[in-house]
Each structure stands twice: as structure tokens, then as C-alpha cells.
Design a protein around this ligand. Structure first.
Ligand SMILES: [Zn+2]
Length: 340
């Protein structure tokens, strides 16, 4: 669909190795913001001052640059590579997957170690998997490992890797092109997949009045089973989080988003509570607390090389955030405790 989204999906960046993603975003965002800088941990922070007199309240939008992947533990004498995951990888999907290793993107394929292969159909844990590079040199401990995946159209859907959370980065980059009646701070964060680490540093420094995390989230909507309500569904619009494993959303912000969507005929869905976590988990506990919520684009097969998402959900998430930032998100929240 879109050149920026394609570049972001193909860019390689597990936690601690976000440089390529950061460079793409910095180049795209810099002409449209008042200030842009990289902080001590690697977050890219872009600021738009908004109205001056009086200044608007400070709204933090966060999207994480890192993707799930792995890291080289050691190179064995037979040329295979031992690795461990960075972020949540399902060992069931790994054997046979093509990967790229290190800054030079050395190609490899994940295989089961011989003793694991002999164990038959049992799922091999990641500790029993290796990468075959055909004996390529130049690989060392600490090199990052990413899935290899093309960005392409699947019917009406988009397929690629790392939509979690490059789609959030894409949406944030679009929002930073516009002017809103608030101080807008865009934080492209690092190391979300291993414990929301970049967001913790960013939220402390930014001291926002409120925050929204922009995400890609689990869509387990296929195949359809009766009486099983999916976490989110493709094509049903942005998914607003009420509660996940990392945070309870601020009820006032949930209401602002759902009322804004209703007022502008934008479809939305409430993400089924309990699944996953986002940068909100760190942001809402920063300093003396920050009212926060997460909005996400549903992605099938998230954390695999072949995530699928609906471009209509991406556009509707941008529309919802534009209307919310032009309206209620730019105004002080009603007093805490006033919500039902
Ligand atoms: Zn994510």
C-alpha cells in the first residue's frame, strides 16, 4: 500500500538494535516537528509545540520500534548458530523459517538440533533449535536475528513482518504531520518486547498529561468458532484496550475514544480484556501516574514472519486519533473519579 509502511516492515530491529528503524522515522518525521532528538536509551522523541498562549496540555503518543526476534548465543564448530529469543516467539512456528543475522543480514534457516529431530513430533523448545547458515562467516555472539519476510498484498490485506509495532510507528509518523491544539510528543520507543523499557524512560522525561500507545495487536479471528469471542477481528476498526496484562486503561480516555469514533462514524472494537501488554504498562506508572490508553490495529499471526492486517483498520486508526487529538484529547480531562 504505502512506501513508508513497507520500509518500516522490512527494516530490521529487535530490542537494542532499533537503529535502522529509527533512521527511517527520523528522516520522515523531522521536517514536520519543532524538535527531534534521540534520548539516552535510544528512544526517538519528536515534539510539536502547538498553541503558545496558553500552551495546550502535553499529549504523549508512543509506538515501539523493536520487533520480536532473536540473538546469537554462539557459533558452533560445525557452522550452526545457537540462539535465544528476544520477545515472545512460539517455538512451534520456528523450524524451517528463514532468518537474517547481524548487521550484514547473513541468511540462515532455523532447524531442529539432531537430538530434537529424533524426538519425533514433540515441539522442540527454542533451546533445541539451531540456525544453519551454510557455514557463513562473520557472525558473532550478540548479533541480532530477524525473520525474513516480504511485504505484499494478500487479497485486501497486507502481509509482512513486524507490524507489531511498525504499524504503530507508521500511524504516529502520520499524526506528527498534522497540527493539533495541544503539545504533541511522539515517542518512538525501544525495547518494548522485553519489558517496556524505552517507554519507562520516555514517560519520565516527557511528563505528559495523558498518553496513548499506538499498537498492533492480536487478531485471532480465524477460523471462526461458535461461542469463542476473538481478542480482536480484522476489518472491524481500531481496537481500544480496556485492560491487558500490563495496565487498566483510564476510563475517561476509553470514553473519549469511543465517543469520538461514534461521532465520526469510525468503526472500533473493544479488545477482549486480558491479552498482551503495551507501553502503557510503563507509561501509566511514570512519576505520579499518567492517564493512558492503548489503541491498536488488529494483526493476525502477530509475532510471526507473516502477519496480516487490513489497511482499512490502519486508516480508521489514523482517522480516530486525528479527530480525538483535534477534540477531547487536547482538553484537560474531567476530574479523576468522575467516571462511572
Ligand atoms: Zn507491540
Amino acid at each position: 500500500m504505502n512506501e513508508l509502511l513497507e520500509r518500516l516492515s522490512i527494516a530490521r530491529g529487535v530490542a537494542g538494535h532499533e537503529g535502522e528503524v529509527r533512521a527511517i522515522l527520523r528522516e520522515y518525521v523531522a521536517p514536520h516537528v519543532d524538535e527531534i532528538a534521540v534520548d539516552s536509551i535510544g528512544n526517538l522523541i519528536a515534539r510539536k509545540a502547538g498553541p503558545q498562549d496558553p500552551p495546550g496540555q502535553r499529549v504523549l503518543l508512543a509506538a515501539h520500534m523493536d520487533e520480536v526476534g532473536a540473538i546469537v548465543m554462539r557459533c558452533n564448530s560445525d557452522g550452526t548458530v545457537k540462539f535465544r529469543s528476544i520477545g515472545g516467539l512460539d517455538p512451534r512456528i520456528l523450524p524451517g523459517k528463514r532468518v537474517r543475522i547481524g548487521a550484514d543480514a547473513v541468511p540462515g534457516v532455523i532447524m531442529r538440533a539432531p537430538h530434537a529431530a529424533r524426538a519425533g513430533s514433540r515441539v522442540a523448545p527454542i533451546a533445541d533449535l539451531l540456525i544453519d547458515t551454510g557455514g557463513a562467516g562473520g557472525i558473532q555472539a550478540g548479533d541480532m536475528i530477524t525473520f525474513e519476510s516480504d511485504y505484499e498484498q494478500f487479497g485486501r490485506l497486507l502481509k509482512g513482518k513486524a507490524f507489531d509495532d511498525r504499524v504503530g510507528c507508521y500511524i504516529l509518523a502520520q499524526l506528527l504531520q498534522e497540527d493539533f491544539p495541544c503539545q504533541l510528543v511522539g515517542a518512538f520507543t525501544v525495547q518494548e518486547e522485553i519489558g517496556l523499557r524505552g517507554a519507562r524512560v520516555a514517560a519520565y522525561a516527557v511528563e505528559p498529561d495523558l498518553a496513548v500507545a499506538l499498537e498492533g495487536t492480536v487478531a485471532d479471528d480465524l477460523p471462526r468458532e461458535e461461542d469463542v469471542s476473538p481478542t480482536t477481528e480484522l476489518g472491524k476498526g481500531p481496537a481500544v484496550s480496556v485492560m491487558d496484562r500490563s495496565a487498566h486503561a483510564d476510563r475517561r480516555l476509553v470514553r473519549i475514544l469511543t465517543q469520538t469514533a461514534d461521532a465520526h462514524n469510525i468503526p472500533y472494537q473493544i479488545k477482549q480484556p486480558g491479552v498482551g501488554g503495551t507501553d502503557v504498562g510503563a507509561i501509566h506508572l511514570a512519576r505520579s501516574g499518567v492517564p493512558s490508553v492503548a489503541v491498536a490495529v488488529p494483526c493476525r499471526y502477530i509475532h510471526t514472519p507473516a502477519a496480516l492486517m487490513d489497511p482499512a483498520d490502519v486508516e480508521n486508526t489514523i482517522e480516530l486519533m486525528k479527530h480525538a487529538l483535534a477534540g477531547s484529547l487536547a482538553r484537560p480531562l474531567e476530574a479523576a473519579g468522575s467516571e462511572k
